[in-house]
Design a protein around this ligand. Structure first.
Ligand SMILES: O=C(O)CCC(=O)C(=O)O
Length: 337
């Protein structure tokens, strides 16, 4: 099902996604939609020290590797960073994952989640742009739930890499019909830390334990196994990346192993990623998954994701229907969208 005039993936793009577990689509989002996301990210960054879910992993990595520096996450409590520090320090294979170069105070690897709950502009892009139609087509989904948005910003001269990881075990879901849409808000390439993907890794048949991006160290006590150390021997893997402009999107399968370098350039690398689940996904309170911010549902293992926490964003009840506005009363917006 599609709305008139909405772009859909071509058969060739569909085939690339199925084979590689990742596909780059060009010119999908309009300049106004990118601007909504930039404004939302600016608000999140202003709120860093007060956000329960906002982190600067560049600073945190220094606190993890330096025993004299205490962990200080401001108001953020999504990750147990004290425990993470202990796990990393006890991990014989762990090492700082930094770009070459001297340390400087200017870098920043900003992370936050769930802007959709308080930002109409984010909801408009996540719910009412071309993305739900494109994703439902790629996933061959009868309907689509929005799971969450995540913000990843690398300031100029950020040394911290994003450790390679697989997203599946971060989420409280069972099933594979889920994708992540990485949305660059600036021009991005390998120089400033565009994301990199291990082609075909979605078909390895393995679920890897989550890490907290600053080290390969698994943070879960779940049965999932450790992700291979891609950074140690990248030449052994078929790694692909795309030079992208604002408006382009990169869509990866929830099982595709991916990571990113630091930002060696003088330009910002701001990005937001949206996570969507198809109708074959079921809720699963997966041991070791990262706790979700502010969810109110009482879903049990095996349930469909029907809840106000995971809005059904596809199909639309009628062409031109705008879902973002329907959430305004429940979730007052922080800024003008
Ligand atoms: O942007 C990054 O550095 C990491 C992105 C990522 O891991 C994701 O979107 O799932």
């Amino acid at each position: 099902m599609s709305e008139p005039n909405l772009p859909l993936p071509t058969p060739a793009q569909q085939a690339t996604f199925t084979r590689d577990g990742v596909v780059c689509l060009r010119n999908v989002l309009a300049p106004g939609e990118i601007e909504h996301l930039r404004q939302a990210v600016a608000r999140q960054m202003d709120d860093l020290r007060a956000s329960p879910t906002g982190y600067d992993f560049e600073v945190l990595a220094r606190q993890v590797w330096d025993n004299d520096r205490p962990i200080d996450t401001g108001a953020a409590e999504r990750f147990d960073m004290e425990r993470m520090k202990a796990l990393v320090r006890a991990d014989k294979r762990a090492r700082p994952l930094l770009e070459e170069g001297s340390s400087g105070p200017e870098g920043m690897f900003f992370y936050d989640v769930a802007a959709w709950k308080h930002d109409r502009g984010v909801r408009e892009v996540a719910f009412d742009s071309a993305l739900p139609g494109i994703v439902s087509s790629l996933l061959d989904a009868r309907y689509l739930n929005f799971w969450e948005d995540t913000t990843f910003v690398k300031a100029p001269h950020t040394r911290q890499k994003t450790a390679f990881h697989q997203d599946l075990a971060y989420f409280q879901i069972e099933g594979e019909q889920c994708v992540i849409v990485w949305i660059p808000l600036d021009q991005a390439d390998l120089e400033n830390g565009v994301t990199q993907y291990v082609r075909g890794s979605h078909l390895w048949g393995q679920t890897f334990a989550p890490n907290v991006f600053v080290s390969q160290t698994p943070i879960s006590t779940s049965p999932e196994i450790r992700c291979p150390d891609i950074e140690a021997a990248p030449e052994l893997y078929d790694i692909v990346s795309f030079d992208v402009e604002p408006g382009d999107v990169i869509i990866h399968d929830v099982r595709t192993v991916h990571g990113a370098g630091g930002n060696r350039s003088d330009t910002w690398r701001r990005a937001v990623s949206f996570r969507y689940c198809g109708d074959r996904i079921r809720y699963r309170d997966r041991p070791g998954a990262i706790p979700q911010a502010g969810v109110a549902h009482d879903l049990r293992d095996g349930d469909r994701l029907f809840s106000a926490d995971y809005p059904v964003v596809w199909p639309k009840p009628w062409p031109g229907f705008r879902l973002a506005e329907a959430f305004d009363i429940q979730n007052p917006t922080k800024g003008e969208a």
